[in-house]
Each structure stands twice: as structure tokens, then as C-alpha cells.
Design a protein around this ligand. Structure first.
Ligand code: SAM
Length: 182
């Protein structure tokens, strides 16, 4: 009898694992299909990038495609900015909220939204780590909606059309970081 119960418990455990694994895998595929795969900024690079961003508590920090929210969370914790992270992947948004709650980080909010439906007009500092094609597609939106003098930090890939707005570049490996002023 105990053997049978154990047998079903193992089957049940494997089923839960398979379902969980599939949900995570599909959510990552979904992120990729929507424009950018989930690849987090390396933790040791985040602080160096943020140190170069002249952050202060009066600023609104917006992260487009926030993944697990680590960049927004760090900005809110260390520099007390008001941070908003937006991601198309609801699982990552849920995880970002959970970690922020567990870490007791105030001043952060995470929402599930497509970048193209996100209002950029309040952002003082915009952080992105997105694929070049997606960056190219959002440039008109950045030009339309961002405040004059907003800072745009693009980790990984440059904003090709903003060459004349480039103010600083950090040459990290494997990804550089570009700082632009609108
Ligand atoms: C390369 S990851 C960067 C994650 C995070 N910014 C970081 O640096 O750790 C790109 C993120 O963009 C999200 N994403 C892709 N397409 C999107 C879209 N159209 N709207 C909102 N988020 C999107 C993905 O779900 C993924 O989490």
C-alpha cells in the first residue's frame, strides 16, 4: 500500500515539474517572439551602469522589458528612484514583484505590458536591453514621447539612429552600454 502511494506521489511530482518547466519554457519563447529573448543584465555590471547614470530620488526610472526586475530594483534600492519595470512576460513580472516584496524594496512597480503600449512621457531615465530590431522599431516612439533631456541607457546594443545623441559608452564584456541624451 505504502509502495503504491509513493509511486503516485512520484508520478504527481514529475507531472508538476513537467508542467512548471513547460510554462517557463513557453513564457521564454513568448518573450522572444514578442521581440527580445529573456537575457538578464549581469549583476556585477548593473551597479557600474547605474553609477554612471547620475540617479537621484527625484527621478522616474523606466525599464522597458524588465525581465526579473533586477535593474529597476537595484536603481530603487541604491539610488531611491521611482522605478517602473514593464515586461510582456507575465511570469517575469510576477517574479519581479515577488522578489521585490521579499527584498522589501519600496518605490518599484512592475506591470505586464507591451513596450509599444507603454507611456514613456514620465520617464527621466529609460533603461533597455533589447534586440537591435526591437530598438529600431521603438525609436519613433522614443522621439515622440520622451521628455527632452531624458537619459536613455541601452545595454547591449546601440541606437543606430541616435549616433548624434550618444554621450557615453561603457565597454563591458560581453555587452557594452550606451548612454544617450534626448
Ligand atoms: C534581454 S531581456 C532584458 C531583461 C532586463 N531588462 C535586464 O536587463 O535584466 C529583454 C526582456 O524584454 C522583454 N520583452 C520582449 N519583447 C517585449 C515587448 N514587446 N514588450 C515588453 N517586453 C518585451 C522580454 O520578456 C525580456 O524579459
Amino acid at each position: 500500500m505504502v509502495g503504491i502511494i509513493l509511486y503516485y506521489l512520484v508520478i504527481f511530482g514529475e507531472l508538476i515539474f513537467a508542467i512548471g518547466f513547460s510554462i517557463v519554457t513557453f513564457s521564454f519563447i513568448y518573450s522572444s517572439l514578442k521581440g527580445s529573448p529573456y537575457v538578464p543584465t549581469k549583476k556585477k555590471e548593473i551597479d557600474y551602469i547605474l553609477k554612471n547614470a547620475n540617479l537621484n530620488p527625484d527621478l522616474n526610472f523606466l525599464e522597458l522589458g524588465c525581465g526579473d526586475g533586477r535593474v529597476s530594483r537595484q536603481a530603487a534600492m541604491r539610488y531611491k528612484v521611482k522605478a517602473l519595470g514593464v515586461d510582456i512576460n507575465p511570469l517575469l513580472v510576477w517574479y519581479s514583484r515577488l522578489i521585490s516584496k521579499l527584498d522589501g524594496v519600496a518605490n518599484t512597480k512592475f506591470i505586464t505590458k507591451n513596450i509599444f503600449d507603454t507611456d514613456l512621457s514620465h520617464a527621466d531615465v529609460l533603461y533597455l536591453f533589447l534586440m537591435p530590431k526591437l530598438i529600431e522599431l521603438i525609436v519613433p516612439k522614443l522621439e515622440r514621447e520622451l521628455k527632452k533631456d531624458a537619459t536613455v541607457i541601452s545595454h547591449g546594443f546601440k541606437i543606430v539612429k541616435w549616433q548624434n545623441r550618444l554621450r557615453k559608452k561603457i565597454d563591458h564584456k560581453p555587452f557594452p552600454t550606451y548612454f544617450y541624451l534626448k
